[in-house]
Design a protein around this ligand. Structure first.
Ligand code: ATP
Ligand code: MG
Length: 556
């Protein structure tokens, strides 16, 4: 795969891995990326993906793709498929096997019986509200449940009956017996199994009880032989519990958990729960709405996988939380597309031009370069004729001096074609300019000035006879600029102008064959990518990113 950087700067995780290998603690490292299949992946997950897969690759180890599918209430095969597609598209390989926490349900259950047998777990009949009340707070210790001291045999009997489906959902739970007075609330007898009659995407109705995240995660790491279990900082307080299970169970390996700071992106929600709400309330068209910070949304908008990886590689892997400017992602996208996207002609708000001295029935082919800095991308032919369209904004009736585009009597270069001079303005009854009559200089083919006269402005155009109509969708951030998207009222902060649809745009004919996977630059406008909703008669293009780069100016 295309590496974003040969010299990945080191970080505390890579240093730890290096030390463990140097000391011979492991011959080979194994990491894992463990998404819960309850939503699509977002760009925050990509930080974890790049770290887990990246570290494994750099140190000659392997990285498992593991679905943490222990909560059937929210999980779905649709999400499993979407996650696999996204990881693959980002350019990572997980080998022959996809891992599932549910592969280990038998083993995990047997670990639960082990804990019960050792007097380290008990069945609790308290309701979930009571359990919460008994748990105490950060400043107050918890209280023991009245069921805490059940005999081993009774616990075992109840656990087996929970497993066989004898009790209704929520009637009982299995809890680890640790310490209700522990300073760390996670150690106050955490729930490790709950009853649920919901069908599981992979095991169906076989299981009536499901392990919690905390119980499943570390043990699954151990079963898979994970050496370094990398997760985000919110799990730091769970580490003592992770270690407690590993210490008290006959697991085949002793993985270690390391935490790094999550990615937070300015004006963007990076939480599956919140993204799911946007989808459910139909505030976006789906998980892959091009305004979503999901991998599928970014892909649909035309953001290349490489640019996402490049962006991620510029982030530090550390312990301090910060908010990254979204302009930095845009910068990486422009950086890539500027080098690789072919140039095309498009006019979003067309203004007609009739070239009075150009022969009426003539069409000629204009030779155009596909990329100004890369001859290897070749050339194409653009049809040119007497009637063309240009961008409405490229004309002003009373232009200021420094407006180097069209105005009464002004001469401009039509990109790759000819020089034209505006001679007449046609208006409708309302006084709007609807057409310009120009003359062209037949000696200026290719855009040259035969006598060396200076023509500063160059504008794009399409031939009226040959252009194809299209719909163009422009995107702005989904949330208002100043919005604190981490508050619960984030839904009220949606930017009502985040999607602007322009119909009746005109594109050069070659764009009828554009691919959804290859963004192009519409000259002088921005980078665009064909949307998969396009039909033959109605091509749709998404603006991936505009040409302007505020981040670049600010930081270079
Ligand atoms: P979300 O909060 O979006 O629901 P999650 O942590 O609940 O995310 P998981 O599917 O459990 O979602 O996450 C899989 C992995 O991705 C975890 O190891 C998690 O730490 C990591 N991850 C999730 N969000 C981010 C983020 N913003 N930055 C870095 N890593 C993340
Ligand atoms: Mg989670």
């Amino acid at each position: 795969m295309n590496k974003v950087s040969e010299n990945q700067p080191t970080d505390f995780i890579r240093e730890q891995v290096q030390t463990d290998l140097d000391k011979g603690k492991y011959q080979k490292i194994i990491t894992r990326f463990p998404p819960e299949p309850n939503g699509f992946l977002h760009i925050g997950h990509v930080k974890s993906i790049c770290l887990n897969f990246g570290v494994a690759e750099e140190f000659g180890g392997e990285c498992h793709l593991r679905f943490d599918d222990t909560n059937p209430a929210k999980e779905d095969q649709i999400f499993i498929d979407a996650i696999k597609r996204d990881v693959e598209w980002l350019g990572f390989e997980w080998g022959e096997k996809v891992y599932f926490a549910s592969d280990n349900f038998n083993q995990l259950y047997s670990y639960a019986e082990t804990l019960v047998g050792e007097g380290l777990a008990y069945v609790d009949d308290l309701s979930s509200e009571e359990i919460r009340d008994y748990r105490g707070t950060l400043t107050e210790p918890g209280k023991d449940s009245p069921f805490r001291n059940r005999a081993v045999e009774e616990n075992l009997d109840l656990l087996r009956r929970m497993k066989s489906g004898e009790f209704k959902d929520g009637a009982r739970v299995l809890r680890a017996k640790i310490d209700m007075k522990a300073g760390n609330i996670n150690l106050r007898d955490p729930v490790i199994y709950r009853i649920s009659s919901i069908s599981h995407p992979r095991t169906g109705t076989l299981w009536k009880i499901y392990p919690t995240y905390d119980f499943a995660h570390g043990q699954t790491d151990a079963i898979e032989g994970i050496t370094h279990s990398l997760c985000t900082l919110e799990f730091e307080d769970h580490r003592p519990l992770y270690d407690w299970f590993i210490k008290n169970l006959p697991v085949p390996a002793k993985p270690k958990q390391y935490e790094f700071s999550r990615l937070n992106l300015e004006n963007t929600v990076l939480s599956k729960r919140r993204l799911n709400l946007l989808v459910e309330k139909q505030l976006v068209s789906g998980w892959d709405d091009p305004r979503m910070p999901t991998v599928s949304g970014l892909r649909r908008r035309g953001v290349p996988a490489f640019a996402i990886r490049d962006f991620i590689s510029r982030l530090s892997i550390g312990k301090s939380e910060g908010i990254v400017e979204s302009a930095m992602l845009d910068h990486c996208v422009r950086d890539y597309l500027n080098k690789f996207a072919e140039r095309r002609m498009a006019v979003l708000r067309p203004l007609k031009i009739v070239i009075k001295n150009y022969p009426k029935n003539k069409t000629e082919e204009i030779d155009a370069l596909n990329h100004p800095g890369d001859e290897s991308k070749g050339r194409r032919k653009l049809p040119f004729s007497r009637e063309i369209y240009v961008e409405r904004d490229d004309f002003m009736e009373s232009p200021p001096k420094k407006f180097y585009r069209l105005g009464p009597g002004r001469e401009v270069r039509l990109r790759f074609a000819y020089l034209v001079t505006c001679e007449e303005i046609i208006k409708n009854e309302m006084g709007d300019v609807v057409e310009l009559r120009c003359s062209y200089d037949p000696e200026s083919k290719g855009g040259n000035t035969p006598d060396g006269r200076k023509v500063r402005g160059t504008i794009q155009w399409v031939s009226a006879l040959h252009a194809i109509p299209a719909e163009v969708r422009l995107y702005e951030p989904l949330f208002e600029n100043s919005a604190d998207v981490n508050k619960d009222d984030f839904i009220d902060r949606i930017n009502s102008k985040s999607l602007q649809i322009i119909t009746d745009c005109l594109l050069e004919p070659s764009l009828s064959k554009a691919s959804c996977a290859e963004p192009v630059q519409f000259e002088r406008i921005g980078y665009f990518c064909r949307d998969e909703d396009s039909s033959e008669n109605n091509p749709i293009f998404n603006r991936t990113v505009s040409l302007r780069d505020s981040w670049d100016k600010k930081y270079k």
